[in-house]
Design a protein around this ligand. Structure first.
Ligand SMILES: [Zn+2]
Length: 248
């Protein structure tokens, strides 16, 4: 996760050559136990970020005459090391990651929730009512067609048809009302638990980012070993594992 718009909050100067040793700021590498190749990460990123100016061809038209020429175009670049050691703490990047983190967490949370509180199975009531409704409808439809071909029946076909529709209109809301209250409660509980969970995850993530930023601002790099570390701490990591390192 590297980027070009990183703005370090601490631009301490390069510490490569540092012969006088003050007892308070000893940035000794925990691997080689020397500080002659040690440099602050923020300084590497700052010094390794450069602006490029290149001439790009342009063409235009002035008073009906075509002109061709070049115009300067600026861009930013980073040395390979600066790129490897830079972390995108921009609001956009943090927000994108937060969304992913929450999404992933919710999936796992619902999975665990299901294991602990199994989802209630669909009740048989809907099925039973549907079958009854269909049987009544089939019966009425049969009577309807039989009476349809007997002209002396008068209003009987229309009456039977209305009866069938009426029965269904009554049955459908009853089925909906009786349809598994336990499942509804379960779904409501999951939703409520997720709202709480989302808040917690978001807050935890905010704290993780704050700690990571703080750790990152105190990070040093040893050119000899290609490792990163925080002075006076024994823990260190390879420069390629910088994301992991600042988040732990
Ligand atoms: Zn070292």
């Amino acid at each position: 996760m590297s980027n070009t718009n990183f703005s370090p909050d601490d631009t301490q100067p390069n510490r490569v050559i540092r012969k006088e040793s003050s007892t308070t700021t000893m940035n000794v590498c925990p691997k080689c136990l020397k500080d002659d190749q040690v440099q602050k990460v923020s300084a590497i990123v700052t010094s390794g970020t450069y602006t490029t100016v290149s001439q790009v061809p342009v063409q235009g038209e002035i008073a009906g005459h075509k002109i061709y020429g070049t115009a300067p175009q600026t861009g930013t670049g980073m040395t390979e090391l600066a790129q490897r050691l830079s972390i995108d703490f921009s609001a956009k990047s943090v927000d994108e990651t937060r969304k992913k983190v929450i999404e992933q967490d919710e999936k796992e949370f619902v999975k665990r929730y299901r294991e602990k509180y199994p989802e209630p199975k669909d009740s048989q009531i809907t099925t039973v009512l549907s079958v009854i409704g269909l049987m009544i409808l089939a019966g009425v439809a049969l009577l309807f067609f039989v009476s349809l071909f007997n002209p002396q029946n008068g209003f009987v076909p229309a009456f039977l048809f209305c009866c069938g529709v009426g029965v269904l209109i009554v049955l459908i809301p009853i089925a909906a009302k009786l349809n598994n209250p336990a499942k509804k409660v379960w779904t409501k509980n999951v939703r409520e638990a997720l709202v709480v969970r989302r808040k917690e995850t978001s807050e935890n993530y905010r704290q993780t980012i704050e700690l990571a930023k703080h750790k990152y601002s105190n990070l040093y790099y040893c050119h000899r070993d290609d490792i990163i570390f925080v002075p006076n701490e024994t823990d260190w990591a390879n420069s390629s594992e910088i994301m992991d390192f600042v988040s732990r």
